[in-house]
Design a protein around this ligand. Structure first.
Ligand code: CO
Ligand code: CO
Length: 323
């Protein structure tokens, strides 16, 4: 019995495509308030509400279908991914509730316990409480969390605050999309991909804030190119990516060569293509658009200990450039 065989798509690659989603929510306007510091406008990682001058609440939810066959690992990955959007705003997660869909007639309940145990362990590492949640009977297993965090309202990592002239830093290597896709179809296990996905973005977020960064986002289902495009578009700048400086997990290039590219990754590339000026070949672009699950932070500014992969320039003829 393989958990990934119950998933029609894997991880953040099963997201509704970015262009489609923007169309769906266009024109839907909620209450407005100066205390809603980050709303839906620029598609940031989480919503942020100011309680007082020193405290803001960061709210987000994230869940998906199995990305790996190991139940405990899937739980850890889904939790690290859900917590990541709080870190991507410069917050610290304090409270989470579980979101579960489970085919109770098909899969053993003991396996669900393993999923939840994985989530709990990662939340504990983050210093975040897990208390209850919601579960439904669902033919396709799904797991994730709704997470609430706290942040300093004057020190947020927004996706619309990127400034021309600053470098871009990436805090995790890419490639989990093609490796997960290969795992789903062959059953080969990639410990380097699992380690990459369960790693919290806590340290990256704290170092980014300490370095004075004002803009960041996490790299998930829309891939590096998709998330960088969103950040550059919202910030009114052009992002220049140095393809040779982007780090990849071992086995990622081989998985690309062997054809394990997800539909989500192809859609990511199609979405940014009209705004992209590229000097690299299509294979390289597919790797850069690889749909990540629980990816790293993309930070505007230098963050000690992590590689610089490009920079921001004043807005030119294209929103994205890859050299
Ligand atoms: Co995000
Ligand atoms: Co998210």
């Amino acid at each position: 019995m393989r958990l990934t065989s119950y998933a029609h798509g894997g991880g953040c690659a099963c997201k509704i495509p970015p262009g489609e989603l923007e169309e769906v929510v266009r024109g839907l306007v909620g209450l407005s308030s100066p205390d809603l510091l980050v709303g839906l406008d620029d598609g940031d990682d989480a919503a942020v509400y100011r309680v007082d001058d020193r405290t803001a609440i960061v709210a987000t939810a994230d869940f998906f279908t199995p990305v790996v066959d190991d139940a405990y690992d899937w739980g850890r990955i889904a939790a690290a991914n859900a917590l990541s959007d709080v870190y991507a705003m410069g917050g610290r997660p304090v409270l989470a509730v579980n979101l579960v869909g489970w085919p109770r007639d098909v899969l053993p309940k003991a396996l669900l316990t393993e999923v939840l145990r994985g989530g709990l362990d990662v939340a504990r590492e983050a210093g975040c409480h897990v208390a209850g949640g919601h579960s439904i009977d669902d033919p396709e297993p799904k797991y994730g969390m709704a997470v609430t965090g706290l942040a300093d309202p004057d020190r947020l990592l927004r996706n619309d605050s990127g400034t021309a002239g600053l470098p871009l830093t990436l805090t995790k290597p890419l490639g989990v999309g093609v490796l997960n896709n290969r795992h789903k179809s062959t059953g080969e296990v990639f410990p380097q991909a699992v380690a990459n996905m369960v790693a919290l973005n806590k340290d990256a977020s704290e170092r980014a804030l300490a370095a004075g960064a004002k803009a960041a986002t996490d790299v998930t289902g829309f891939g590096l190119l998709g998330h960088l495009y969103k950040l550059a578009r919202a910030s009114g700048v052009t992002a220049v990516l140095d393809a040779g400086a982007v780090p990849y997990l071992d086995g990622a290039r081989e998985a690309l060569r062997d054809g394990y590219v997800s539909g989500g990754t192809r859609r990511n590339l199609e979405w940014v293509a009209p705004h992209l000026l590229s000097r690299v070949d299509d294979d390289e672009l597919l790797l850069l658009a690889d749909a990540q699950t629980s990816g790293g932070l993309l930070v505007v500014g230098e963050v000690p200990g992590y590689p610089v992969i490009g920079h921001l320039e004043p807005r030119g003829s294209s929103v994205l450039q890859v050299r």
